[in-house]
Design a protein around this ligand. Structure first.
Ligand code: FAD
Length: 380
C-alpha cells in the first residue's frame, strides 16, 4: 500500500479513511493493466462500467437533498489518479457531467439520469466551452431559441470530455433573457438527438475521449431544461465549485505517484559507486518534491473539509487548484529527471504522468484565472 499517512489528518472522518483504503486496494487489483494505447473510447466505457459495478460512482452523484461529499470525491480522485489517469478521468466526468443534475435537477430528471450514471450505464459530459469562449465563458454564442414546447439549439461546443462517447451532455446555451452571463440556460441533451453531431474528435497528449460538438436546429424539450431560464451560468459555476477542488486532488494523486516512482528509482539506481539516492543533490530534489506534495495535500483537504462544513471556499478552492496543479507539474518533472533517459521513454509511468498533468493547469479555470480569483478575494 502507498504512503497514506495523510489519512490520519484531522480533516477526515472514519468513513473517509475506510473509503480511501478500500479504493486503494481495489485499484491494486483492477487497474494494474489499463492499456492507454488501445481504443481509448472502449477503455473509458470499460472503466466507467467497472467503477459503477464496484459502487465508487455512487460518490459522484448526490441523492435528493444530499450534498456531494467533497472529501470523498477528492480522496477518490487522488487515489485513482495515483493508480491510473484514465480511471480518474472516467470517475471525474461522471461527476462533472451529471453535477448540474445532482444540484438542480427535478425529481424526474434525477430519476431518469442519476441512477444510470452511478451504475456506470450512462456516460455523462459537461458542455460549456466554445471555440471563442474558454476562459471568458460568458462570451458563449451557442444559442437556445424558444419554439413552442421546446428550444432549438444552434452553435458549437469544443474540448468536451467524453465527447463522442457520452450518452448525454449537460449543455449551456444563450437563451437571451438578459445580456452576458444572465442570459444563459442549462439543458440535458441526449446524445442521439437529431441535430447534434460530433464535428471533430480531438487528439491530445494524454489520450482521452474529447470532441467538438455541433448543434444545428437541435430540438430539445423544455422539460430538459435544468433550473430556470437564464440561470444556467450560475449553475455551471456552482457545478465547477464542487469539482474544482477535486481537480487539485487528481493533481495531488499524480504528484504522489511521481514522488513514489522517484524514490524507488533513486534507491535502486547504482551511480558513482553508490546509489542515486546517496547523492546530496538527489536528496534535495526529493525533499522539494515531498514538501510540494504535502503542501498541496494540506490545501486540497483544507478546501474539501471547509466545503463539507458548508463554508464558501472560493479562495481556498482556487488556491488548492493553483498550488496542486502547478506543484504536480514540478514534482513530475523532477521525477522524469531522476529517471534520466528512461524518464522520457514511452510507456514509463513518469513519462505518462508528464503528459497527463499538463491539461489540469488549463481546464476548469487556467492557473491565471485562479490567480485572479485569489487576488479578488484578498482585496474584497
Ligand atoms: C483536456 C481538456 C479537457 C477539457 N474538458 C472540457 C469539458 O469537459 N467541458 C468543457 O466545457 N470544457 C472543457 N475543456 C476546456 C477548458 O475548460 C478550456 O480549455 C479552458 O477554459 C481555457 O479556455 P481556452 O482553451 O479557450 O483558452 P483561452 O481562454 O484562450 O486561454 C488561453 C490562456 O490565456 C491565459 N489566460 C486566461 N485568462 C487570463 C487572464 N485573465 N489573464 C491573463 N491570462 C489569462 C491562460 O494561460 C490560458 O491558458 C477542456 C480542455 C482540455 C485541454
Amino acid at each position: 500500500m502507498a504512503d497514506m499517512e495523510h489519512l490520519d489528518w484531522p480533516f477526515f472522518d472514519a468513513k473517509h479513511r475506510e473509503l480511501a483504503r478500500a479504493l486503494d486496494a481495489w485499484c491494486g487489483e483492477h487497474l494494474q493493466h489499463v492499456d492507454h494505447d488501445v481504443d481509448i473510447d472502449a477503455q473509458c466505457r470499460t472503466l466507467v462500467a467497472q467503477l459503477g459495478t464496484a459502487g465508487w460512482l455512487n460518490h459522484a452523484v448526490a441523492g435528493e437533498g444530499q450534498a456531494i461529499d467533497t472529501r470523498a470525491i477528492c480522496l477518490i480522485r487522488e487515489t485513482l489518479a495515483r493508480h491510473d489517469g484514465l480511471a480518474d478521468f472516467a470517475f471525474a466526468m461522471q461527476g462533472l457531467g451529471s453535477g448540474a443534475i445532482s444540484l438542480q435537477g427535478t425529481a424526474e430528471q434525477r430519476e431518469r439520469y442519476l441512477p444510470r450514471v452511478a451504475r456506470g450505464e450512462a456516460l455523462a459530459a459537461f458542455a460549456l466551452s466554445e471555440p471563442e469562449a474558454g476562459s471568458d465563458v460568458a462570451a458563449m454564442q451557442c444559442s437556445a431559441t424558444e419554439d413552442g414546447d421546446s428550444y432549438l439549439l444552434n452553435g458549437e461546443k469544443t474540448w468536451i470530455s467524453n465527447g463522442g462517447i457520452a450518452d448525454f451532455y449537460v449543455l449551456f446555451a444563450r437563451s437571451g433573457e438578459a445580456p452576458g452571463s444572465r442570459g444563459i440556460s442549462a439543458f440535458i441533451v441526449d446524445a442521439d438527438l437529431p441535430g447534434l453531431e460530433i464535428a471533430e474528435r480531438i487528439a491530445v497528449i494524454a489520450p482521452h475521449p474529447l470532441a467538438r460538438l455541433r448543434f444545428t436546429n437541435c430540438r430539445v424539450a423544455k422539460s430538459q431544461m435544468l433550473g430556470a431560464p437564464g440561470e444556467g451560468f450560475k449553475l455551471a459555476m456552482r457545478t465547477l465549485d464542487v469539482f474544482r477542488t477535486s481537480v487539485a486532488a487528481a493533481a495531488l494523486g499524480f504528484a504522489r505517484r511521481a514522488l513514489q516512482e522517484g524514490l524507488n528509482q533513486a534507491k535502486s539506481r547504482p551511480m558513482f559507486g553508490a546509489r542515486l539516492a546517496d547523492l546530496p543533490l538527489t536528496q534535495a530534489k526529493l525533499a522539494d518534491m515531498a514538501c510540494t506534495v504535502d503542501s498541496s495535500a494540506l490545501m486540497v483537504y483544507r478546501a474539501a473539509w471547509l466545503r463539507d462544513q458548508g463554508k464558501t471556499i472560493t479562495k481556498e478552492a482556487a488556491m488548492a487548484k493553483l498550488m496542486a496543479t502547478e506543484g504536480a507539474q514540478q514534482v513530475i518533472d523532477a521525477a522524469v529527471q531522476l529517471f534520466g533517459g528512461r524518464g522520457v521513454r514511452r510507456g514509463e509511468i513518469v513519462e505518462s504522468l508528464y503528459r497527463e498533468i499538463r491539461a489540469l493547469r488549463i481546464y476548469e479555470g487556467a492557473s491565471e484565472v485562479q490567480q485572479l480569483i485569489i487576488g479578488r478575494e484578498l482585496l474584497k
